[in-house]
Design a protein around this ligand. Structure first.
Ligand code: FE2
Length: 269
């Protein structure tokens, strides 16, 4: 199974939104072109959240128009900048099975359409009310729903906007993680055992490879702008104008392979 991991596109309501001088729409459009130009067609693309910068209809329509050019199914995860109702209305998702069918304001689902025959792949929604902060939290119902869907017989991977456990950067570790992420990771590892192939996230606007208790957490950076993540930082500073990042992930019966791409931005203007 081959998939592409992208995230944090931060589309604005029109094609002119700049974040620290970088045009986020131009950069996301190039990201789409780069994925479509690969020498193979991945099974799917997963976007680990912050599709838009501020949730409004125009931003999601622009994101939908740009991302619908991808030639493979696309799956979306809720970021702290996202709104589930607007995402469901504007974006086209690949085949999926909702795990919380009575909870329309949460994106918690299993990827299907045949993918489920090879691997058990889950999207979780860690968003908390914006006034509570940019960290994430997982409800017991979501954790139970995912854990009970794991058979233990196939590779398992989880997609969530927020990293689960500390990354060794003070501000990020205090403000950007899933507050009960360590607990969830331990439960996942208990249920999936050696089949747990990885936890894939965004949010940090910084590529991340982290192992905790032997479990991979792989984070992809943002095509819009990157953040600093120094050990003693007391905020995230912006690093605009960088390359276009995405990850090509291969899952096999016994391994996870993450190939990181970093493509120079070609300014079309
Ligand atoms: Fe973001």
């Amino acid at each position: 199974m081959e998939f592409i991991h992208i995230g944090d596109t931060h589309f604005g309501p029109d094609e002119d939104l700049l974040i620290r001088g970088s045009n986020v729409c131009d950069r996301a459009r190039q990201l789409v072109e780069e994925i479509n130009s690969l020498s193979f067609v991945p099974d799917f693309v997963v976007h680990t959240g912050d599709v838009v910068n501020d949730p409004d209809t125009a931003a999601y329509e622009l994101a939908a128009e740009a991302l619908s050019a991808l030639r493979m199914p696309v799956y979306y995860v809720t970021g702290n900048h996202d709104d589930v109702g607007m995402m469901e209305k504007a974006l086209i998702f690949g085949p999926r099975e909702d795990l919380l069918s009575d909870s329309k304001d949460r994106l918690c689902y299993q990827l299907t359409g045949g993918l489920e025959n090879e691997a058990e792949l889950f999207v979780l929604d860690g968003k908390v009310p914006p006034e509570e902060g940019p960290h994430g939290h997982l409800s017991d119902r979501q954790m139970d729903a995912v854990l009970s869907a794991i058979t233990g017989e196939k590779p398992v991977a989880v997609f969530i906007h927020y990293p689960l456990t500390p990354i060794g950067s003070q501000w990020i570790d205090q403000h950007l993680l899933v507050t009960n992420g360590a607990e969830f990771q331990d439960q996942l590892a208990t249920k999936a055992g050696e089949n747990l192939r990885g936890i894939f996230s965004g949010h940090l606007h910084r590529g991340l490879q982290l192992y905790r208790h032997g479990v991979l957490q792989s984070g992809v950076s943002s095509p819009a702008c990157e953040f600093t993540a120094g050990p003693e930082d007391d905020n995230c500073d912006f690093l605009a104008g960088g390359a276009i990042p995405f990850h090509h992930v291969t899952l096999t019966k016994d391994a996870t392979m993450v190939k990181a791409y970093s493509i120079p931005f070609r300014d079309p203007r």
